[in-house]
Design a protein around this ligand. Structure first.
Ligand code: GLN
Length: 549
């Protein structure tokens, strides 16, 4: 049987519950415990797959093809384990299950209510991962802020579990904010007191209070919080702003968060955390020997969370290359033939991001052309790969009308087309090509040099694909398919062998990069950008026509 840790948040949103949860999990894992994390989100969407990135940031896809909250990305990046559909639950999913059961007659004769039916379903899912003996500890992050109407059933479920489970099997961490009032030169504990009071009035009494703060919290303040919030002073944890999220586990360790948690959960503390690899990564991250600037072309660039996994993959790839990766956001909508040189000036590499719909795609195509012609390292992900294919078709193969049927459904040259099995689908949620698929790599290609093996498995989230009717035309003219699905023959990787580094992938490699195992495409892309930045004068004037295909 697993032990359960619940992480709630108070005072305000965006305090970093996901990072605190992942950091605690990392510390417990580093002490040899088997730990997983799950996220319960209070919104009514069945999953975040139907949410615009402006609403909720990136949609993170797991191995089993679940469209999930971006916090699951943090869990995987910190813990180097896979999560699954079971690790992300929303109110929509809870209600869907209960309503389906009601229609099947499972509650015949009964009035179906929030308590006990909804809370029972929440509890069932809260305990689910802990029941198969795979995990010693299951950490559950509860989305939203205490006091929100929509998170009430979750808090109620934790309250009930507090009574149902043995005392040493459950612990509640509450994350709050201690604001610093500059004018008064004072840290203020009142919002935390109110937040804990609110939580307590809902019947849940936190065991540990983690305080986000910009300034150090004195022992006096800790004692005050402990007194008002009914916890021991050592259970008041300072979580000072860190220069990188990857430092948070070490900050939490200094504050002894893991020790306090283990003590309450009655877990013997006989092993120091093994964080050698983690520290080595941090050391490289903080002491780069070089720097590159990568242009990220997308249409959601105003919101960093929209490309979270890509940004974190660059952090991992940068550290291993001992190179600082400066990501420069470039809005695809504003790139034109006339300004592309100016917009992309000073870059050492270009990444064209995933995306959906028409907006900004001509800017992406123009940017790809620039990178191809200038020998600038290019990396296209999903829609980025599709744009590279369209660009090549239009400008090298002379197929002027080349397009994707996503943007031009009646295109007479659909080099990117909807997958056959997608054509009959009418429902939106969870219906794309999702999750992990195998990809065979062609020997001797850039993809082969990057991965160093002949088969890989990567995660997908798309409806359109390369149209194989055009493949020989591409391959006879310098752009080859270096990765294909072994069963269906779907093209997964396209590259231009004559270019110093030009690769586009139909899948999302950013979803599999972790601190301990950086994704190879990102690692090699950063290395290529480094090389480009060191040899820029030589490569600057390189034109594709100068290179023998
Ligand atoms: N919109 C494209 C498709 O559905 C690309 C998707 C993506 O970039 N994730 O195929």
């Amino acid at each position: 049987m697993s032990k359960y840790v619940f992480v709630t948040g108070g005072v305000t949103s965006s305090l970093g519950k996901g990072i605190v949860s992942a950091s605690l999990a990392k510390l417990l894992q580093a002490r040899g415990l088997r730990v997983t994390i799950q996220k319960f989100d209070p919104y009514i969407n069945v999953d975040p797959g139907t949410l615009n990135p402006y609403e909720h940031g990136e949609c993170y896809v797991t191995e089993d093809g679940a469209e999930t909250d971006l916090d699951l990305g943090h869990y995987e990046r910190f813990l180097n384990i896979f999560t699954s559909q079971a690790n992300n639950v929303t109110t929509g999913r809870i209600y869907q299950t209960v309503i389906n059961k009601e229609r099947e007659g499972a509650y015949l004769g009964k009035t179906v209510q929030v308590i006990p039916h909804i809370t029972d379903e929440i509890k069932r899912r809260m305990k689910m991962l802990g029941e198969n003996g795979e995990w010693d500890i299951v950490i559950t992050e509860i989305g939203g802020t205490v006091g929100d109407i929509e998170s009430l059933p979750y808090i109620e479920a934790v309250r009930q579990l507090q009574w149902e489970l043995p005392e040493e099997d459950l612990l509640v961490v509450h994350l709050t904010l201690i604001p610093y009032l500059k004018a008064a030169k004072e840290l203020k504990t009142k919002p935390t007191q109110h937040s804990v009071k609110l939580l307590s009035s809902e019947g849940v009494f936190p065991d540990v209070i983690v305080c986000r703060t910009e300034e150090p919290i004195t022992n006096d303040i800790k004692r005050k919080i402990a007194l008002f919030c009914n916890v021991k002073p050592e259970a008041v944890i300072e979580a000072r702003d860190a220069s990188t999220i990857y430092e948070v586990p070490l900050i939490m360790m200094e504050e002894k968060l893991d020790e306090i948690v283990m003590k309450k959960l009655d877990i013997p503390n006989n092993k120091e955390p093994e964080l050698g690899k983690w520290r080595e990564f941090l050391n490289k991250l903080k002491n780069p020997k070089s720097k590159v600037t990568i242009g990220l072309i997308g249409k959601y660039v105003e919101l960093q969370d929209a490309y979270k996994s890509i940004l974190e993959s660059f952090v991992h790839a940068g550290a291993i290359n001992e190179c600082k990766v400066q990501v420069q956001y470039i809005h695809s909508e504003f790139i034109t033939e006339d300004n592309v040189g100016e917009k992309l000036a000073g870059l050492d590499g270009l990444l064209v991001a995933p995306g959906f719909g028409h907006r900004g795609i001509e800017g992406k195509i123009t940017a790809v052309k620039f990178a191809r012609e200038k020998g600038l390292p290019f990396f296209g992900i999903c829609l980025g790969m599709q744009m590279a294919v369209i660009e090549y078709a239009r400008n090298i193969l002379g197929i002027r009308n080349a397009h994707s049927t996503e943007m031009d459904p009646t295109s007479d040259e659909p080099v990117i087309d909807m997958m056959e099995e997608q054509k009959k689908i009418t429902m939106k949620g969870g219906t794309m090509r999702l999750g992990s698929y195998a990809c065979d790599i062609k020997e001797g290609t850039l993809a082969h040099r990057i991965y160093g093996k002949l088969q890989v498995s990567e995660r997908h989230r798309h409806r359109y694909e390369f149209n194989n009717k055009y493949l020989s035309q591409f391959e006879n003219n310098g752009m080859i398919a270096s990765g294909r699905n072994p069963q269906t023959g779907l093209v997964e990787i396209m590259e231009i062998p004559a270019h110093p580094f030009f690769i586009g992938v139909q899948y999302h490699p950013e979803l599999k990069s972790t601190v301990e195992s950086p994704q190879p495409l990102f690692v090699h892309f950063v290395a290529a950008a480094k090389n480009y930045s060191e040899n820029k004068p030589m490569l600057k004037n390189l034109q594709l026509k100068d290179v023998v295909i």
